[in-house]
Design a protein around this ligand. Structure first.
Ligand code: HEM
Ligand SMILES: *[C@@H]1O[C@H](CO)[C@@H](O)[C@H](O)[C@H]1NC(C)=O
Length: 215
């Protein structure tokens, strides 16, 4: 009886945790993000993934997105898969260069093998919202080409009005040539998926806010 009760309670808590993306009002950029924290170590270490989009983004069309990630210093590289799987969708791979700068690399994998540089998505790093301290680094960047892509002749669009499945990958090992966005890197240790709410990531005045951040 008690167990049934406890089980029900735990299940309800888990459901709530899955359903509710945190909304993050970023004091630095002024943008509103939906935010998901994903563990890569059982001891509680994880990466925070945040997305902000324009409030006039339409279903079945491409739109710009701003991505913000907060990454513990022990991460060698981290990847975000916009289509929620390793293959056939835009991948953002990020790491730190040798002068603590953030390096963003746009990639595409056609199989479960080293992903090639992908020119169909472009990232512009913001100065505002990109920083580090003794435990974490974070960046904020505009992406053009992350919410729509074509693979095997069919075009996919991320929904601006609901949840989209995203995926991440984590490696403790730094890329071999960390100052180059086209560097090689070795396979991940961990990958995982989640449903990311885009509806509540809608920003009024997205274009004008972004235009002040890309300078
Ligand atoms: C050197 C680069 C990489 C190699 C060699 C590699 C290799 C692999 C392999 C062999 C698997 C299959 C594992 C299994 O079936 O259990 C896999 C799965 C996966 N990889 Fe990678 N990977 C690389 C980079 C990346 C990057 C940059 C991402 C970006 C997020 C990524 C995301 C994933 C995901 C989400 C899966 C789960 C299966 C799927 O969704 O396709 N990988 N990878
Ligand atoms: C360190 O920086 C990260 C990323 O900006 C931030 O989330 C965290 O709160 C900071 N920690 C401290 C102790 O200031």
């Amino acid at each position: 009886m008690l167990w049934t009760l406890l089980f029900g309670l735990v299940a309800a808590l888990i459901r709530t945790a899955i359903a509710a993306d945190a909304i993050y009002r970023d004091p630095d950029t002024g943008l509103v993000f939906t935010s998901n924290f994903r563990l890569y170590k059982a001891d509680g270490r994880g990466i925070t993934f945040r997305v902000a989009i324009p409030d006039d983004a339409q279903q079945n069309s491409a739109y710009d997105a701003v991505v913000q990630m907060v990454v513990p210093n022990d991460v060698g590289w981290a990847g975000l898969a916009w289509g929620g799987t390793m293959t056939n969708n835009p991948l953002l791979v990020c790491w730190r260069g040798t002068s603590n700068n953030v390096v963003l690399s746009s990639r595409w994998a056609t199989g479960h093998a080293f992903p090639q540089v992908y020119s169909g998505a472009q990232y512009t790093l913001f100065k505002t919202g990109t920083k580090s301290n003794s435990t974490h680094w974070q960046f904020t960047a505009l992406c053009k080409g992350c919410t729509s892509w074509t693979a095997s002749g069919s075009t996919r669009y991320l929904s601006p009005k609901g949840g989209n499945r995203l995926a991440f990958a984590y490696s403790p090992t730094k890329p071999s040539n960390p100052n180059s966005p086209s560097s090689s890197f070795s396979v991940h240790e961990v990958h995982d998926y989640w449903q990311h709410d885009f509806a509540q990531a809608a920003n009024a005045n997205f274009a004008s806010t972004v235009s002040k951040l890309v300078v």
